[in-house]
Design a protein around this ligand. Structure first.
Ligand code: PLP
Length: 227
């Protein structure tokens, strides 16, 4: 077994154990492998190992890598980074899911870029900190963003996304995220995806109801230097 395959198997076992500990069916969880800063060849290797959901946090890297890997049956690219409105078209061209819709103008830009395309799955990114620089809509603006985004014809609101704050136990933050998820479901009843949990906190995220885990280094190994 290669190191990559070994790490993937080990993380999947830890995901399954965390799910069972929380009384949840591991089969209902989607594990996204975050491949940022790694070469496209890593995505090829992951694909050979059966991985079909991969995540990138920068548009240019997403575009280049998706092009280098080329079309693969069932492969889905998740865009998980902060997005500029002028990159909406490029993001939409490469990604199957955008996790980081955090303002009405971004929803508008993604929608405008999607004329004639199948509806794009989007998540509303919520800022769980008091620092506006961290990305994500403030909880107070969430309901309005949900209504605005749900009204865009080419977008489908699937749920919420967040990154745990650095200065707080993740379990407490993910409990708040679960409440915000309920708030979005009051607007879009079937928007039940919760994208949360990274290498350091995916067990806590699973305990709090996460459905989509974004796991990088535990599977890929340490990231190369940012290009
Ligand atoms: C890099 C990244 C991850 C994965 O981080 P790891 O700690 O390597 O698992 C998850 N979510 C986002 C938004 C990221 O940028």
């Amino acid at each position: 077994m290669s190191d990559l395959s070994g790490r993937l198997t080990e993380v999947d076992a830890r995901i399954a154990a965390a799910a069972r500990a929380a009384g949840r069916d591991p089969g209902t969880l989607t594990r996204i492998v975050v491949t940022k800063f790694h070469p496209a060849s890593l995505v090829d290797e992951l694909y050979e190992l059966g991985v079909r959901e991969v995540g990138e946090n920068r548009q240019q890297e997403l575009t280049e890598k998706a092009h280098a890997v080329g079309p693969r049956d069932g492969l889905r690219w998740h865009f998980i980074g902060q997005a500029q409105t002028n990159k909406a078209r490029a993001i939409r061209a490469a990604a199957s899911v955008v996790h980081s819709v955090d303002r009405p103008r971004l929803a508008d830009a993604l929608d405008a870029a999607g004329e004639g395309m199948p509806r794009l799955d989007v998540l509303l990114q919520i800022n769980l900190t008091d620092d506006p620089g961290r990305g994500g809509v403030t909880p107070g603006d969430l309901e309005q963003l949900a209504e605005h985004t749900a009204a865009r014809d080419t977008l489908r609101v699937r749920g919420v996304m967040a990154v745990a704050p650095l200065d707080e136990p993740p379990a407490a933050a993910f409990e708040r995220l679960a409440q915000y998820s309920a708030l979005v479901r009051a607007v879009v009843p079937d928007a039940d995806w919760i994208s949360a949990g990274m290498t350091g906190d995916f067990a806590e995220a699973i305990a709090a109801g996460a459905t989509h885990l974004r796991i990088g280094s535990a599977i890929t190994g340490p990231r190369p230097e940012r290009r």
